[in-house]
Ligand binder design. Structure first.
Ligand code: F6P
Length: 354
């Protein structure tokens, strides 16, 4: 049996741990297995770039950040666009799947990767997905690998801001990754003791945020921490189309700098902006993610053995299981505005700006 593996979309800690779990489980449980590593995600499948992997490729990578296969972003909307010879990227991927002699393809990736995986599956390729992303926004799984490590990193950033914020009596605005989903901001904000948490799913009022900071100052707390998701927006902005919103922001892709400026004016405090950025995706996976990645990789190996294709691995109520690719592709798991974590935050006086 010949199995292809690719990692696609933004990287995250745990990709190599999953690759290791897949390889070890396949070599352990299937005779005559051949593993093919595809370079740079769907990019390598489009170009036909791959290499045979042997057992040694799957050792010593459990703790390694990034992905040994490389990755790239290949927008889903371009997959079916035909070139001057009427050939699309989807056509090329199908051709290369055949040329490589694959019996199945394992795709490690986030929401976009899953959409393309579902398309390949619908077009007759045997595909198994694995849910990767620091955003934790894949439909049908309680958790994605990479999320918990990113929560740990973002929490450490917030932790470290407390002392400097307190020393100077400043309000620190920390921008956490997550364009559509606020899980990472919500979890790291709760874990790091943020005073304000702003999520893409809950449009906010800057006045309410400023008031919360003033209230803290009146109570003798000279410093505050605001955790703001990359994709957070004001109530007015939430009524606009993305293009209009970006135009109104005058070149700024996030609200963070404007928020810092307006808080400084309205609450009469000194503000600073901190953007940890891709640090949140770098380095070694946490112990939790190493275990989760190993479980997901090993389970994918089991699915290969059972020839269960057209599915993606998931964690549902503590059990590793799978969902049909067709059922989850194109859906996003966003933060419900009344979920447990949101209610907990508000119950202890954290301001969500609403
Ligand atoms: O999807 C993961 C993610 O890290 C988002 O949280 C973030 O908005 C985006 O990727 C950044 O993308 P890029 O790697 O292209 O800078």
């Amino acid at each position: 049996m010949k199995v292809g593996i690719l990692t696609s979309g933004g990287d995250c800690p745990g990709l190599n741990a999953v690759i290791r779990g897949i390889g070890k489980s396949l070599f352990e449980n299937i005779k005559n297995i051949e593993l093919i590593g595809i370079a740079d995600g769907y990019g390598g499948l489009i170009r036909g770039e791959c290499r045979k992997m042997d057992k040694s490729d799957f050792t010593g990578i459990l703790t390694l950040g990034g992905t040994i296969l490389g990755t790239s972003r290949q927008p889903f909307k371009l997959m079916t666009v035909e070139d001057e010879n009427s050939v699309s990227r989807l056509d090329l991927m199908k051709q290369n799947y055949k040329k490589m002699g694959l019996d199945c393809l394992l795709t490690l990736g986030g929401a976009g990767t899953h959409k393309t995986a579902a398309l390949l599956s619908a077009e007759g390729c045997n595909v198994i997905g694995l849910p990767k992303t620091i955003d934790n926004d894949i439909w049908g799984t309680d958790v994605t690998f990479g999320f918990h490590t990113a929560v740990d990193i973002a929490t450490e950033c917030i932790d470290r801001l407390h002392s400097t914020a307190a020393s100077h009596g400043r309000t620190m605005i920390v921008e956490i990754m997550g364009n559509k989903a606020g899980w990472l901001t919500l979890y790291s904000g709760l874990a790091g003791g943020a005073d304000v948490i702003l999520l893409p799913e809950i449009p906010f009022s800057i006045d309410k945020v400023a008031k919360a900071i003033e209230k803290r100052a009146d109570a003798g707390k000279a410093f505050s921490i605001v955790a703001v998701a990359e994709g957070a927006m004001t109530k007015e902005e939430s009524k606009m189309k993305k293009k209009e919103r970006l135009e109104k922001r005058g070149g700024e892709t996030t609200i963070t700098n404007r928020l810092a400026k307006e808080i400084a004016e309205k609450a009469r405090v000194e503000t600073r902006v901190v953007v940890p950025g891709h640090i949140q995706r770098g380095g070694s996976p946490s112990a939790y993610d190493r275990v989760l990645s190993t479980e997901f990789g090993s389970f994918a190996g089991k699915l290969v053995k059972e020839e269960k294709f057209g599915v993606t691995v998931a964690m549902v109520k503590g059990e590793v299981t799978y969902n049909a690719l067709a059922d989850i592709a194109g859906k996003a798991k966003l933060v419900p505005d009344d979920c447990q974590e949101v209610r907990t935050a508000e119950s202890i006086g954290i301001c969500l700006g609403r």
